[in-house]
Design a protein around this ligand. Structure first.
Ligand code: F0G
Length: 457
């Protein structure tokens, strides 16, 4: 029998400005504070009881047990790797109205070859590309799309480098809503664009970059009733928190020393940081992992912000990288990310196009694979090990954000030696495995095999 679980909780959540602390009763359509214009975040004043901060009526041990039990349940809500942890999410009035594609529940893999290459004893990767639409976006989308529908919206919209649009389009369609996608023309991989089209989104390619698309969308939602589903929407961040909870549950609540995450618009790093901080505050864990954020050299706004401005003001950049998911120069959640770096003791690093391509092929050669933006994590790890920030014995988890099939064109170009300038060729060649065209006879295959792999002959 499926377990029936009460969904209503006493502890109320609040939307509060991260800068001036003002509580927003009715948030603006842009999810910006009406007093100072900064971002909002969700807080849980109800967790603060006389016995210390706790979600009402539940203690740590019973919550851990409850979350495990739900894995066996047949209820859609319990089968979701997001809603399974609903005690740490905003209260949702009616669980049956949640839009869920059974997101979350993503595996942790051991990367053996990559560990050796990076100089680590062991290395783990939590693969968020194993979500229903192939990226981590689904964990936030289930919550924010459900809120949109509960508030009576029939349209949702986002600006995107591809994954948000694929995810939003799927959740909107499954929930019976229409969706508007604004993407930078020519800068979104075919895999992601085709998903948005397949899930029925109205897709507009604007002659600008991601940052320009977000600017236009903000104006559009002020003028027409479309609910904004970018990661400035704090419900997205709350859903994405569950990746950290699930990760710790999978590690039997042993906290790794380091979690490494790619940085684009900086919503994901903010979400993971918020989760770990809340879990510590609630007594689930005693230590925090250091969260480090890796960017492409050509889209390094946060790296420059930390190194050149001490995290005090954003230094936007004109973004350029073949890892198109993180081709973002003006990250909206930069203040939240700075706070996460400071509070967890993590760091920032930037990696070159060649380092990203090589790392992606190395993750592939472990049998795992990921999209280019996710591979910055391994490239960044190598640098952080060399710099002595990470020790070979440390527990490290890479957050792989997107599936290998999201951007097959990048993969093919890499293996055909068409992706990068020739002066990078030497270090890359060992990982390049272009397909070979042969006559359809066994002799041709066997002699090619002998040339390629003499030991296996
Ligand atoms: N990895 C992938 C695969 C992404 O799609 C993104 C962001 C990131 C990393 C960076 O995450 O923005 O939270 O720092 N993609 C967004 C999109 C911007 O529109 O799909 P972030």
């Amino acid at each position: 029998m499926p377990q029936s679980v009460s969904f209503v909780r006493e502890s109320l959540d609040q939307l509060r400005c991260i800068a001036c602390g003002r509580v927003a009763e009715h948030p603006a359509k842009s999810f910006r504070c009406s007093a100072c214009g900064d971002l909002l975040e969700i807080t849980y004043p109800g967790w603060r009881t006389d016995q210390g901060p706790r979600p009402s009526g539940l203690n740590v041990a019973s919550l851990k047990a409850l979350w495990r039990t739900r894995r066996k349940s047949l209820l859609p809500l319990d089968q979701s790797g997001v809603w399974r942890f609903r005690e740490l999410l905003p209260a949702f009035p009616d669980g049956s109205k949640v839009i869920t594609l059974r997101e979350g529940n993503t595996p942790i893999y051991e990367l053996r070859r990559c560990a050796r290459i990076a100089g680590m004893n062991t290395l783990l990767a939590k693969h968020q590309g194993m979500n229903p639409t192939g990226s981590f976006k689904d964990t936030g989308m289930t919550l924010a799309a459900s809120v949109a529908r509960a508030q009576g919206f029939t349209w949702v919209g986002c600006a995107s480098t591809g994954n948000t649009s694929a995810s939003m389009a799927a959740y909107a369609a499954y929930g019976g809503m229409r969706s508007l996608v604004l993407i930078p023309e020519g800068k979104v991989s075919w895999g992601k664009l085709s998903q948005a089209l397949d899930y029925g989104a109205l897709t507009y390619q604007l002659k600008t970059d991601f940052d320009g698309c977000l600017r236009v969308l903000n104006e559009v939602v002020e003028r027409v009733p479309i609910y904004l589903l970018n990661s400035v929407n704090p419900y997205r961040i709350e859903g994405q928190k569950t990746t950290a909870i699930e990760l710790l549950e999978q590690l039997d609540w042993q906290v790794p020393e380091h979690v490494i995450v790619p940085g684009g618009n900086l919503g994901n790093s903010s979400a993971l940081g918020k989760a770990f901080l809340e879990l510590k505050e609630l007594g689930f864990i005693e230590n925090l992992p250091k969260i480090s954020i890796i960017q492409a050299e050509g889209a390094n706004a946060l790296v420059r912000t930390m190194r050149e401005a001490g995290g005090k003001r954003l230094i936007p950049v004109q973004a350029e990288t073949a890892a198109s998911a993180i081709r973002i120069g003006n990250p909206a959640s930069w203040k939240k990310a700075v706070c996460v770096l400071e509070q967890t003791g993590g760091t920032v690093e930037q990696v070159s196009e060649a380092e990203i391509a090589l790392a992606k092929a190395e993750i592939g050669s472990d049998g795992i694979g990921c999209e280019p933006a996710s591979a910055v994590t391994l490239a960044g790890l190598k640098r952080l090990v060399k710099a002595g920030f990470i020790q070979p014995r440390d527990g490290v988890v890479l957050i792989l954000t997107g599936h290998v099939l999201k951007d097959p064109e990048y993969t093919l170009k890499f293996h055909r030696e068409e992706l990068l300038a020739t002066d990078d060729a030497e270090i890359l060649r060992k990982q390049q495995r272009a397909p070979v065209v042969l006559e359809a006879i066994a002799d041709a295959v066997i002699s090619a095999l002998k040339k390629a792999e003499p030991a296996g002959s």
